[in-house]
Design a protein around this ligand. Structure first.
Ligand SMILES: NC(=O)NCCC[C@H](N)C(=O)O
Length: 290
């Protein structure tokens, strides 16, 4: 069956924002990277090459790609997961917690409306939330991180849209970690890879949430401390136990292979490492097959 309420099923349809549409040119990169807190300036030409290879993984497995066009948004628009949540009742568009990203949801909303993708609602100010803070644990359960990007009012609004549909929304209180200028989402510490398997970084996970995952039957694969910053914990399932990870995370990759995952490493120096967004951030999956 097809559902949007999954992080692990085979991706049937996905929204992407290709590097040329997000980054546009070297001048835009040079103007924006510092203010957006990138580690260093992206090399535009190299990012195009990396993105072509990244997109191929979806093409090869026959996922339908909906490519967002250029818009009046920042470099961060490449991380299109954060703009929205896909549900079986329609899209929910976010109000971004990072100010520089505020124009992004409107651009994706216009695109979805043009494509005839149904809309369930919007999170409105003072509520904020970002897609990277929302993670389906199963078809009836959404976990949502309370972070500097997603506030309690944003969570209240998500609940008011989903609870009447019978969805349980679990709030996960996340720590300050590196503070408000850093990017730290719920999906920085959990990536589901099958109905009962997830990559996690337990050191930053509240005990009750970790116990909840175990209670629900998840086997947890630990991302080691030395690979947390290089996004060893940010792994995208293309299909159950078939996943994408950014190159440079050999221990995480090995641990995933040991539990039977097919792991594909991609070159992500420009499109992932410099902007601190892994493969889950680069993609807004719509329906998956479970
Ligand atoms: N879901 C994610 O973890 N997204 C990464 C977003 C990175 C981007 N530079 C940001 O600060 O929002």
């Amino acid at each position: 069956m097809k559902t949007c309420h999954s992080e692990y099923g085979q991706i049937d349809r996905v929204i992407l924002k290709p590097a040329d549409s997000a980054f546009k040119n070297q001048m835009k990169i040079n103007n924006e990277w510092k203010e957006l807190n990138y580690l260093s300036p992206v090399i535009f030409e190299d990012s195009l090459e990396e993105y072509r290879n990244f997109m191929d993984f979806f093409q090869v497995q026959g996922s339908q790609i909906l490519a967002l066009p250029p818009s009046e948004t920042s470099l961060d628009s490449i991380y299109c997961r954060d703009t929205s949540l896909a549900t079986d009742y329609g899209m929910i568009f976010c109000t971004m917690g990072k100010k520089a990203r505020l124009p992004e949801p409107k651009a994706i909303q216009e695109f979805c409306e043009e494509k005839g993708i149904p809309v369930l609602g919007q999170i409105t100010s003072p509520g904020t939330c970002e897609g990277g803070d929302m993670c389906w644990l199963d078809e009836k359960t959404l976990a949502i991180g309370h972070t500097y990007r997603t506030n309690l009012e944003g969570i209240r609004q998500i609940k008011s849209l989903l609870e009447p549909k019978g969805i349980e929304v679990l709030t996960v209180e996340l720590p300050h970690y590196k503070g408000p200028t850093d990017v730290f989402h719920l999906m920085s510490i959990i990536s589901p890879l099958d109905k009962d398997l997830a990559m996690v970084y337990s050191a930053l996970m509240p005990i009750y949430f970790r116990e909840e995952l175990l209670k629900r039957g998840f086997q947890l694969v630990e991302c080691p401390e030395e690979e947390f910053e290089s996004m060893g914990c940010n792994v995208l399932a293309l299909a159950p136990r078939k996943c994408l990870i950014v190159k440079g995370n050999p221990i995480s990759t090995k641990r995933l292979r040991e539990v039977g995952c097919e792991v594909i490493e991609y070159e992500g120096q420009e499109i992932s490492q410099k902007g601190c967004g892994g493969p889950t951030c680069l993609t807004r999956p719509l329906e998956r097959i479970i």
